[in-house]
Design a protein around this ligand. Structure first.
Ligand code: NAD
Length: 324
């Protein structure tokens, strides 16, 4: 049986998810698309049904599982609608625009008694991050004491405000750091350059490990994500983000992609395949609704406290048994 998937929002990310479902994923097909801009939906559909109302797509008997790739502010409403319909959902990060909305999704899943939500923190499927996590678990570098993250974009669009560097970009590092270290964050502290970009965020985990993250939205030279995990005996870090090195004119070089899609193509594909496979057997994969809520909650607490020079204490409600 091929899983019939509907994609909501067919901009940059949604069009890529739709392409994967059409061309690269086994055991599923693109059954429907929806976008507030019907011409975008039609361009991505390539034979799939076209909706302009996301709730109608979610309710449709043509759709068994849903991908949400519309703007952040729409995620909670559509995810709750998927839960009410009992359909598995891969919701792009962040799970919701606010921690309160994220918690409402967690509470809806708890009331349902089963998990249906996967949050699209695709770095959990990136081979380099997986190699680093395996190395930590194997113990070869000793106890992990530091994680250095770098997150640089070429340039931020005009509408990208200071807080969005945290709620929309840093959320990737919050999630991947919790996952790489298998530990919860307990404090955070922010230093920003004049104008707010770049910013350096340090967090500390319950195990005492320190996480530093540079978020630089206008780094100009390319899209660059890097991580180095420091242990008591050694370190592991990502290699160059390309498969090819060029030797020319007495220099060795590689190129950076312009954005996240080429850098994480493999991760998006592995995430989609894992989500399809899990959905078909009634389970979930990757980041849970709880992970999505905690990440959005940390981001929100950082934004609220970032004007302070003092460490921000982070707190969350108790993790429900559903996510044990
Ligand atoms: N996982 C990642 O690496 C990653 C990268 C970029 C963006 N994202 C997330 O993916 C989501 C989409 O980002 P994007 O860069 O593709 O944005 P985008 O602006 O390119 O696309 C969003 C699309 O949603 C449509 N839309 C707007 N309101 C809608 C509504 N109410 N219902 C249905 N469609 C609606 C827009 O017309 C547009 O086509 C965001 O939540 C973003 O945070 C994730």
């Amino acid at each position: 049986m091929s899983l019939a998937v509907g994609v909501i929002g067919t901009g940059v990310m949604g069009a890529e998810h739709a392409r994967l479902l059409r061309c690269a994923i086994s055991g599923a097909h693109l059954a429907a698309v929806c976008d507030a801009d019907e011409s975008r939906a039609t361009a991505a559909a390539q034979g799939a049904a076209v909706f302009t109302d996301a709730h109608a797509l979610i309710a449709s008997d043509k759709v068994q599982a849903v991908v949400i790739a519309s703007p952040d502010a729409t995620h909670a409403d559509y995810a709750l609608s998927c839960l009410a319909a009992g359909k598995p959902v891969l919701c792009e990060k962040p799970i919701a625009a606010t921690a309160a909305e994220g918690l409402a999704i967690v509470q809806a899943e708890v009331a349902l008694g089963r998990q249906l939500v996967t949050v699209g923190f695709m770095r959990r499927f990136d081979p380099a991050y997986n190699d680093m996590r395996r190395a930590r678990i194997a113990g070869s570098i000793g106890d992990a004491v530091l994680l250095h993250n770098v997150h640089r974009n070429v340039s931020a669009p005009d509408w990208f405000t200071g807080a969005m560097a945290v709620t929309n970009s840093l959320v990737h590092e919050i999630d991947i750091s919790r996952w790489l270290l298998d530990a919860e964050m307990i404090t955070a502290q922010v230093i920003s350059a004049p104008g707010g970009d770049p910013m350096l965020v340090t967090m500390q985990t319950e195990t005492g490990a320190i996480v530093s993250t540079e978020v630089y939205m206008n780094a100009a030279y390319g899209y660059h994500v890097h991580a180095q995990l420091v242990g008591r005996k050694g370190t592991v870090e990502m290699a160059a983000p390309t498969r090819m090195l060029t030797n020319l004119a007495a220099a060795q070089s590689f190129t950076f992609p312009a954005n996240w899609v080429p850098r994480f193509t493999e991760a998006y594909c592995l995430q989609m395949q894992a989500w399809v496979d899990a959905s078909k057997i009634g389970t979930t994969t990757g980041a849970s609704a709880w992970d999505g809520f905690v990440t959005t909650s940390i981001a929100e607490q950082i934004v609220q406290g970032m004007a302070s020079a003092n460490p921000i204490p982070l707190s969350f409600p108790q993790r429900p048994a559903l996510y044990a």
